[in-house]
Design a protein around this ligand. Structure first.
Ligand code: SAM
Length: 212
C-alpha cells in the first residue's frame, strides 16, 4: 500500500506528537515513553492503522506501537489519531529490518503482521515479514512466552510462512485457512483495511499464531 506523492507528509510526520522520532534512543525503555509499565504489542506494516487503533481502543491496559515504512501511508494513521487521540498508541516510521535497534531483548509481548507484502520473487524471500530472517529478529525482541499473529489472503505467502517456522525454531499454536469461518480463531477478530477489501471479494483469510 503506497499512496504516492502526498506533498508535505514528511513534514507532518516530523512534527506529529503521535510519532516517535529517533526511536533507537528508547530501546529497552519504551515504558518511559508511555509513562507506565504495561504489556507492549507492536504491529509491523500497519498501513493506515485501523486495526491497531481499534485494538488499542478496546485494550487500554496495553501499550501499542505501529510501525510503517512509508510516510504517505503513515500520514493517514496520523490523521485518524488527530481525530480521535489514543494515549496508549505511538507510531514509528521505519523499515522493520532495523527492529532490533529499536526494541530491547524481550521487550515486546506480542507482534502482529497483517497482509504483509508478498515479495513474490524468490530472490526477495528474505524481505517477506514472516521469513526466517525476520523471525530471527522477532526472536530477539519478543518475550519468551510472547506470540506472533499473522493474517493474509495470500496462500503462497501463508504456505511460505508456515514452512519458515521449523528452520527458524518457531512452532504453530493455531492455524486456520478460513479465519472468518473459524468460530474460535475469529472471536474478537478486528478487520484490517486489506482484510475487509479481500474478504468482501470472497477471498478466504489465513491466520496463524506462533510461538517458540
Ligand atoms: N496491515 C495493513 C492492512 O492489513 O490493511 C496494510 C497492509 S499493506 C499490504 C502492507 C504494509 O506494510 C504497507 O503499508 C507497507 O508499506 C508496509 N511494510 C512493508 N514492508 C515493511 C517493512 N519492512 N517495514 C515496515 N513496514 C512495511
Amino acid at each position: 500500500m503506497r499512496l504516492r506523492n502526498i506533498s508535505g507528509s514528511r513534514e507532518v510526520i516530523g512534527e506529529s506528537r503521535f510519532v516517535i522520532h529517533n526511536p533507537e534512543q528508547y530501546k529497552g525503555k519504551w515504558a518511559e515513553v508511555f509513562g507506565s509499565h504495561k504489556p507492549l504489542y507492536i504491529e509491523i506494516g500497519m498501513g493506515k492503522g485501523r486495526f491497531l487503533m481499534e485494538l488499542a481502543k478496546a485494550n487500554p491496559e496495553i501499550h501499542f506501537i505501529g510501525i510503517e515504512k512509508y510516510s504517505s501511508v503513515l500520514l493517514r494513521a496520523i490523521q485518524k489519531m488527530e481525530q480521535e487521540p489514543l494515549d496508549n498508541v505511538y507510531f514509528i516510521r521505519m523499515d522493520a529490518e532495523a527492529i532490533t535497534e529499536v526494541f530491547g531483548r524481550e521487550e515486546v509481548d506480542r507482534i502482529y503482521l497483517n497482509f504483509s507484502d508478498p515479495w513474490p520473487k524468490d530472490r526477495h524471500a528474505k524481505r517477506r515479514l514472516p521469513s526466517r530472517q525476520f523471525l530471527a529478529r522477532y526472536d530477539k525482541i519478543l518475550k519468551k512466552d510472547g506470540c506472533l499473529e499473522f493474517k493474509t489472503d495470500n496462500k503462497e505467502l501463508f504456505e511460505f510462512a508456515l514452512e519458515e517456522l521449523e528452520p527458524a525454531n518457531w512452532r504453530a499454536d493455531q492455524v486456520t485457512y478460513d479465519l472468518h469461518g473459524d468460530e474460535e480463531m475469529c472471536r474478537g477478530n478486528i478487520m484490517t483495511e486489506y482484510e475487509e477489501r479481500f474478504s468482501s471479494m470472497g477471498n478466504p483469510i489465513y491466520k496463524y499464531v506462533i510461538r517458540r
